[in-house]
Design a protein around this ligand. Structure first.
Ligand code: NG1
Ligand code: MG
Length: 548
């Protein structure tokens, strides 16, 4: 299975580039970062790690609930040239991190090996979060979005996993030069690409790549990225690491990480279509918005799982915190054991989702007039959970900061289950199309079906997940008017990109129409415009180029 394959380590640039569409342009980026590394650090890099961004075709805000989603890697990526530092005085594991983009200033930092007898400072305790006790500490500022935080986040897991204080081995001092083509804060997951590339760089330079599988790297990168302060799921890291060209990746997270490449015949068989990303140019700052946006969704869906469990008579321990996916599984009688085939049976899951949907009406804050739209107050939510306040706070609020006067339990659960159903339907339509297209052309109805699911996903983002914004809605509306089969917000939301499915022969006209109509594009042309609207083909996942 895809997640069990080893991380590809290449020794020639040609192999590393594989079948990237824009291999020539990419090659010059790899060469530039290697040359610049040598200029800045006085020796050639030992490795270049590559990790791509991703576009999620469908399945938003459901990965942390442990439902499957369907992203694909994009060609835009993060490259990190790295090598052992030539500075003789470098303390163990010290890092000099620079970025080709002058906006991101150079940073030097040293990880601290904690003395078990030394009491932790408040910041150190906070940084530990819910993660197992650790011996290494790096100072990550969670209140402000800083580029080097992602470098540190990647380093964290490598230090704590491979350099136990009991061993005499210490991490080597390292020089690192970053360049990236994934636009930051755009929903194409520059953050996961940074964390994956950084995790890979530290592993490579410390000679720890060994037999690490893609799945293990995903798990490390997920844990690492949470240190930046967002309680995210694993979709981005999985897409960045495991993707293969021409396919989207169906990724499920429960009861274990499972990734299955889903061939996208619409990209290859007539009538052909492509996925076009368009950046709304509204940057969503996750660090700043986490309390009221992302992490709030995480808490609302978790509390929703407990309230739903009460309505479905699924018994829960007071201190456990299962997701909606797990509550559904228990209600349906799934066994939570690794390797249970029923967990991966999408037909069965689909039937389960269809069965639970009518039950959600019990979560509606009904009969309260205008207040119904507002959701539940904290008091009401605690009452509905059946827990006493102290236990509720401990289980649902002590590990995460959220800020809200009202909580949307019904709307979020409705989004989660319906979106999960759409992912299963999208996957099934792709598989059916792959079968059908063996005999030749595709019926256009497949494209309409996929587009319809994307449109419905966007409606749900607006109505139930409430993670869109006026600019993104406008882009979606323009995309539909310009002839897209479907168009939706991709990624976390509150800004960022849309993804649209567009007939290949209409792509140029489509891009022109968006460029002329979306207000923020009016003054853009040439390269600047290509950066914000582009057709994308699923690219391959992360790799390492070994240069020595
Ligand atoms: P982006 O769009 O990269 O910020 C975030 C989460 C995902 C997923 C999506 C919403 C991170 C690293 N990633 O993605 O896990 O939940 O939102 O579907 O925060
Ligand atoms: Mg991100």
């Amino acid at each position: 299975m895809a997640a069990e394959l080893p991380i590809p380590i290449f020794t020639t640039l040609n192999d590393a580039l594989g079948d990237l569409q824009t291999a020539a342009v990419q090659a010059s980026r790899w060469n530039d970062v290697a040359e610049e590394f040598e200029k800045r650090f006085g020796k050639k890099p030992a490795y270049i790690a590559r990790a791509p961004g991703r576009v999620n075709l469908i399945g938003e805000h459901i990965d942390y609930v442990l439902f499957g989603c369907l992203p694909a890697a994009v060609e835009q990526d993060i490259l990190m040239a790295c090598g052992p530092s030539s500075q003789a005085s470098g303390s163990p594991g010290s890092v000099t991190a620079q970025n080709l983009n002058p906006k991101y200033t150079p940073k030097t930092f040293v990880p601290i090996l904690k003395d078990a007898t030394m009491p932790l400072t408040t910041e150190q305790k906070e940084a530990e979060g819910s993660v197992h006790p650790e011996s290494w500490y790096l100072d990550i500022d969670k209140r402000e979005l800083r580029w080097e935080s992602y470098v540190k986040a990647g380093y964290y897991g490598v230090l704590n996993r491979f350099f136990p204080p009991s061993s005499s081995e210490r991490p080597v001092p390292i020089d690192l030069l970053v360049t990236g083509s994934v636009p930051a804060g755009s929903g194409l997951s520059s953050s996961a690409a940074m964390v994956v590339a950084s995790t890979l760089s530290f592993l490579a330079v410390n000679n720890k790549l060994g037999n690490l599988t893609k799945g293990q790297l995903v798990e490390m990168a997920m844990e690492n990225e949470r240190r930046v302060g967002v309680n995210s799921g694993g979709m981005d890291q999985a897409a960045s690491v495991i993707s293969t060209p021409s396919s989207a990746l169906y990724i499920t997270f429960f009861p274990f990480l499972h990734a299955e490449p889903i061939l996208l015949p619409v990209l290859r068989t007539n009538p052909r279509a492509v996925f076009v990303c368009a950046n709304s140019l509204v940057v969503s700052d996750k660090a700043v918005g986490a309390k009221t946006h992302y992490n709030l969704r995480v808490v609302e869906t978790l509390v929703g799982a407990r309230i739903l469990a009460r309505h479905l008579n699924v018994p829960l321990q007071a201190t456990e915190r299962p997701t909606l996916r797990q509550v559904l599984g228990r209600w349906l009688g799934y066994k939570e054991v690794k390797g249970q085939p029923t967990e991966l049976d999408t037909d069965k899951l689909k039937a389960g989702l269809e069965k639970v949907l009518p039950e959600l009406e019990k979560l509606r804050p009904a009969g309260r007039g205008d207040n119904e739209e507002l959701g539940l107050t904290m008091e009401e939510m605690i009452r509905e959970s059946g827990l006493d306040e102290a236990v509720f706070n401990e289980v649902y609020l002590s590990w995460v900061e959220v800020e809200a006067t009202h909580f949307q339990i019904y709307k979020r659960a409705k989004h989660v289950f319906e979106e999960s159903l759409r992912v299963i339907e999208f996957r099934a339509a792709c598989l059916r199309a792959a079968d059908a297209s063996r005999g030749g052309d595709l019926p256009e109805s497949v494209l309409r079906e996929l587009g319809g699911l994307m449109d419905a996903s966007h409606v749900s983002a607006c109505k139930f997940c409430e993670n869109s914004c006026p600019e993104v809605d406008e882009l979606v509306r323009i995309a539909k008017e310009a002839g897209a089969y479907g168009s939706r917000l991709t990624g976390a939301g509150w800004g960022g990109c849309t993804v649209s499915l567009v007939a290949e022969d209409k792509v140029d006209a489509f891009i022109e129409r968006l460029a002329a109509t979306y207000p923020a594009y009016k003054d853009l042309e040439g390269e600047a415009l290509k950066q914000v609207i582009f057709a994308t083909k699923p690219s391959s996942g992360a790799c390492v180029l070994k240069l020595e």
